[in-house]
Design a protein. Structure first.
Length: 158
C-alpha cells in the first residue's frame, strides 16, 4: 500500500507527504534434487525449512522551494522494519530472530539555474538499510547498513 499527498500553495513551494506499507512472507527450504545413497529419503524431500516475515512501514516529507534561480530541496524519510524469521537452514538449526529497526534518512540539495537549458546542483543524502536474511543466518552482520552520498554536477539539456 502506498500513499502520497501533494500541497502546492504557490509557484514557489511544493510539499509532498507520503509513505508505504509492505509485507513480505517467505518460506525458505532446501530440497533433495539428487542422491546416490538415499536410504530413507526421496527426491523433493525437504532437508531444511524456515519461515520469514518482514513488515516495512515508511513515511516521508519532501519540500521543494524555488527562489529566483535557485531550487532548494529537503527530504526526510522515517522507516520501521519488523523482521521475524525462524526454522532451520542448511547451516543453522533452530534459529529464531526477531530484529526491529528504525531509520531516519535525510536528504538536502540545491540547484542553480544557469539558463533555460543548463544548471549546476549539489546534494547530500544519508541512508540506512536493514541486513538481509542471509546476514542473520551466517551471522555476518546483524546491524543496519548506512551510506552517505554527496553528489554535485552540471546538467545541460539540448
Amino acid at each position: 500500500m502506498t500513499y502520497a499527498f501533494n500541497y502546492k500553495p504557490n509557484d514557489q513551494l511544493e510539499i509532498i507527504w507520503g509513505g508505504a506499507y509492505n509485507q513480505y512472507r517467505g518460506k525458505h527450504y532446501g530440497e533433495v534434487i539428487w542422491a546416490q545413497y538415499a536410504s530413507t529419503g526421496f527426491i523433493d524431500d525437504k532437508y531444511y525449512f524456515g519461515k520469514s516475515q518482514k513488515n516495512d512501514f515508511s513515511n516521508f516529507l519532501k519540500v521543494d522551494y524555488k527562489l529566483d534561480k535557485w531550487i532548494l530541496m529537503a527530504d526526510v524519510q522515517y522507516r520501521n522494519v519488523d523482521y521475524r524469521m525462524y526454522g532451520d537452514d542448511d547451516k543453522v538449526k533452530n534459529y529464531n530472530y526477531h530484529p526491529k529497526f528504525n531509520f531516519l534518512n535525510p536528504k538536502a540539495g540545491a540547484t542553480y539555474l544557469l539558463n533555460d537549458h543548463a544548471n549546476i546542483y549539489a546534494s547530500y543524502a544519508f541512508a540506512q538499510k536493514e541486513p538481509v536474511r542471509k546476514d542473520f543466518i551466517e551471522k555476518k552482520q546483524q546491524t543496519s547498513r548506512s551510506n552517505a552520498r554527496k553528489n554535485a554536477g552540471y546538467r545541460n539539456r539540448v
